[in-house]
Ligand binder design. Structure first.
Ligand code: ADP
Ligand code: MG
Length: 321
């Protein structure tokens, strides 16, 4: 199979999208933007042995390559619409590529995303997706919009992916049924696209949790020039995980693990009820884990009862740290 067979057979001929004036097959794609919408752009790259193991199933890899980008759209409150996929591939293995593409298009269709282009070259296994979304004009969930007094909310459960990864790296032990629940989150995170749009009218600041909850909250604090207090025991977790892990490891993976692809956002107190309804309508649980303060820094409190402050040695993942 040649590069061009691959493009023709597996990437072209997707569903109709009336805003795609020209899709895959020319030198570039053409999109016709809708009136009264802003376009929202992001890119995320996944490298072998850094973001995924070499022996990962192509279905899981494709899912993650697109899901991490959908998660960025979710964190902006945007509707993801179009994606470009650049791939470095050591070989064109037709079976592997068919499985990869089936999974990629499955996820893309669930969220209304059309693949409009990309690039394919021979090389070490690497993927980059550039994603384009739509936002109602003037609206967005930015990092610099948190206000003192806001509640801090997080979606889903935090720390499962990091627990699975640390188990695979032999840094901790998990019973197999707990490991399996955590590994599912590591391999196939569910981007919170519907939640992001549902909170667009209520939330102040938001971002997705990709590099560790504490570090990602810290990004909001820095951008918004505020502080925060979060309560470790309020952070939603898998109850069995909290039971089997030593407290130190549980805190480490939950506060500084990463790869969760949940949303963390701030919103005024008077929006609590509206947010809980929005969360229910988007089938995504949300939990209040703290509040924005004027302290200028992030304070992690062990529990609301003991009010003991936890010193964080490492906030999260830094590729150059
Ligand atoms: P060029 O020579 O201009 O780079 P290519 O021959 O690489 O063009 O690509 C032909 C068409 O296939 C283009 O529309 C390009 O966007 C698309 N394409 C190539 N690789 C991919 C890919 N991995 N995913 C999606 N579209 C791709
Ligand atoms: Mg090319």
């Amino acid at each position: 199979m040649t590069e061009f067979d691959f493009i023709r057979k597996y990437l072209q001929n997707q569903q109709q999208d009336h805003q795609v004036v020209l899709g895959i097959g020319d030198d570039a794609a053409i999109i016709r933007p809708q009136a009264e919408y802003d376009l929202c752009f992001s890119a995320d790259m996944l490298l072998k042995n850094r973001h995924f193991f070499e022996n990962v199933a192509p279905e899981d890899l494709a899912w993650k390559v697109l899901a991490v980008n959908l998660s960025d759209m979710a964190a902006m409150g945007a509707q993801p619409r179009w994606a470009l996929l650049s791939a470095g591939l050591p070989e064109l293995n037709e079976d592997w590529l068919r499985r990869f593409c089936n999974s990629l298009f499955d996820l893309a269709q669930r969220f209304g995303v059309t693949l409009i282009g990309g690039d394919t070259t021979r090389g070490d296994l690497v993927f980059n997706v550039t994603i384009v979304g739509e936002l109602p004009q003037g609206k967005s969930l930015r990092r610099d919009a948190a206000q003192v007094g806001d509640d801090i909310w997080v979606s889903g459960k935090i720390g499962l992916a990091a627990s699975a990864l640390n188990c695979l790296l032999k840094q901790c032990d998990l019973p197999s049924e707990v490991f399996q629940l955590c590994e599912a989150e590591l391999l196939r995170p569910m981007p919170r696209v519907r939640l992001g749009q549902a909170i667009l009218n209520f939330a102040h600041a938001a971002q997705d949790v990709s590099d560790g909850l504490a570090q990602d909250i810290d990004h909001i604090l820095t951008a918004s020039n505020v502080g925060a207090e979060i309560w470790a025991d309020e952070i939603p977790t898998l109850p069995q995980l909290k039971k089997v892990l030593p407290r130190k490891e549980w805190l480490q993976y939950t506060l500084a693990g990463g790869d969760d692809y949940e949303l963390v956002f701030t919103a005024p107190k008077n929006c609590r009820e509206a947010l809980l309804i929005a969360a229910q309508n988007s089938n995504t649980p949300i939990t209040c884990i703290g509040k924005i303060t004027d302290s200028g820094c992030l304070q992690v409190i062990n529990s609301m009862a003991d009010r003991m402050e936890i010193a964080l040695t490492s906030l999260g993942f830094d590729h150059f740290g």
